[in-house]
Design a binder for this molecule. Structure first.
Ligand code: 6LW
Length: 501
């Protein structure tokens, strides 16, 4: 079995779902309150993934205003049937499922149809197309209200492909393996006439696990595969480089080799900042069902600390909807022009914010701003976890010229660093060695450290929520203040830290 370099998609890309059409694989992942929603990545080998489009590009229908970062679009599933691609997903509010949507496309790169709501409660919707042509919808929901003994349950209804509505009786399929909690992420597969329901349990933190159940009919009854958990890292200890492994979707190559995409995190000192990333795991089927990571029982190929890719083009994201922004190559890097909005990053609205996922532990992001253009702006370079936890090197005009300082929030508490006077072109920078975030400003060859923070303060373990850190730009200012361009944007491995490995 070849050793896969993991993660295959670094940075905050939780809840991977994958389908194959011929020799092409398509993956979708969760985007929460970020816009555009649900990136579609394409691969020919399940290892190298390239962004080809987004499912949710229009903003008007998507009810993300007022959402916290951890809400919004959760756990999409992608499937292909009869020439049509289907994506189903949850829109969450207050960290629970609030609405379920379905959309279709003939080309996974888009355009996708305006999503239609499905009458379905819970989270983590999935579709299964049986060989008799019938389509089945499953999802996970809290079962306590239904009087069930377990904390969660997987339910199923038929999907009418002509009307795109759920039809027929609803059936509860499974409450998870014994000892599980938060059974979720259901996907059904058929193999040699038997049906396999693969799910996730234990919550998406250290206890996360892949479990499964099998049945003779798609509608059940399902019996837990006693080998469950099929995959978990919860017993491997804190030194294991990847943790929180779970939420699997299985796919087969044209030659019948089976693989699973799962999510996992790469903590540093037990805190992860990169969000939940996508990992590839070999699968073998036997007469009882799928065996994940056969022979090893763990996700392999993770190289602690090393960047996975540094040349991945940015998937620029804004918050809760589109912003007026422009990204162009300027010879050094990108020139990111952001039109101002008077919205602070703490507000659950659309701030003038554009950022990319932090996808390596040690990185450097910098850009040049012409301070002569600073009027009523409060703008800068941001490391953003969510509306309660972010840090930025920000420039604004003071009484005696422009000043730069660290400003942000940590778990809702304001953080402000000392002010440094600047003039002319100023380079704003955030860098990390994996264990800290350092903010600097500089002109010419002089660099001034504005503040340094342990990486733990921006981690998901400290901030809570479901996302990782994004790195980018903010231009908070009244509308009349005018756009601001961050020139020569460079994002990559820090020069001093490049170890050549
Ligand atoms: C996702 C669910 C989960 O829908 O987190 O804890 C949600 N589990 O599977 C957001 O990624």
């Amino acid at each position: 079995m070849r050793l896969v370099p993991n993660p295959v998609l670094p940075g905050c890309h939780p809840d991977p779902s994958v389908c194959r059409v011929g020799e092409d694989y398509f993956m979708v992942t969760s985007t929460f309150a970020y816009h555009p929603g649900i990136p579609v990545h394409h691969s020919r080998d399940l290892v190298t993934w390239r962004l080809v489009g987004h499912v949710l590009t229009g903003a008007s229908w998507l009810p993300l205003d007022g959402s916290q970062v951890a809400d919004g679009v959760w756990a999409p599933t992608i499937r292909h049937h009869d020439g049509v691609f289907y994506v189903v997903f949850t829109v969450a509010r207050d960290r629970q499922g609030a609405a379920t949507y379905l959309t279709t496309a003939s080309d996974p790169a888009g355009p996708w149809q305006v999503p239609v709501p499905l009458e379905a409660d819970g989270i983590d919707p999935s579709l299964f197309f049986d060989h008799d042509g019938r389509a089945w919808f499953t999802a996970a929901r809290d079962a306590t209200a239904q009087g069930a003994t377990g904390p969660g349950e997987i339910w199923l209804r038929e999907l009418d492909l002509a009307t795109l509505e759920l039809t027929g009786p609803e059936r509860v399929l499974w409450h998870g393996a014994v000892g599980g909690a938060w059974v979720e992420a259901p996907h059904i597969y058929e193999r040699a006439g038997r049906y396999h329901l693969v799910g996730a349990e234990g919550g998406t933190e250290r206890n996360h696990a892949v479990t499964s159940a099998t049945a003779d009919h798609v509608t059940g009854p399902y019996r837990t595969d006693p080998r469950s958990p099929l995959l978990t890292h919860r017993h491997l200890g804190a030194r294991e480089p990847v943790q929180n492994v779970g939420h699997a979707d299985l796919v087969e190559t044209p030659d019948g080799e089976a693989w699973a995409l799962v999510l996992g995190v790469r903590p540093v000192a037990q805190h992860h900042t990169l969000g939940r990333e996508v990992l590839l795991v070999p699968v073998e089927w036997d007469e009882h069902g799928p065996v994940l990571a056969p022979g090893t029982g763990r996700v392999q190929g993770v190289r602690p600390g090393l960047p996975v890719t540094t040349d991945r083009p940015a998937d620029w994201l804004s918050l809760r909807g589109p912003v007026a922004a422009d990204v162009a190559a300027d010879g050094v890097g990108d020139a990111v022009t952001l039109h101002p909005r008077p919205v602070p990053l703490t507000a659950r609205e659309v701030p003038a914010f554009l950022a990319r996922r932090q996808d390596m532990h040690a990185f450097e992001l910098d850009a040049v701003v012409d301070t002569a253009l600073i009027g009523a702006h409060d703008a800068g370079v941001v490391a953003f976890q969510d509306e309660a936890t972010f840090l930025a090197a920000r420039v604004r005009r003071g009484d005696d010229g422009c000043v730069v300082r660290v400003a942000g929030r940590l778990n809702g508490e304001p953080v402000t660093g000392p002010e440094v006077p600047v003039a002319g072109d100023v380079t704003l920078r955030v860098r990390s060695d994996g264990e800290s975030y350092e903010f600097t400003c500089g002109s010419g060859s002089r660099e001034h450290v504005l503040g340094a923070f342990p990486h733990t303060v921006l981690s998901t373990e400290t901030a809570g929520g479901f996302t990782g850190v994004l790195l980018g730009f903010v231009n908070e200012a009244p509308a009349g203040a005018g756009p601001l361009t961050f020139r020569g944007v460079r994002y990559g491995v820090p020069e001093a830290a490049s170890d050549g490995a």
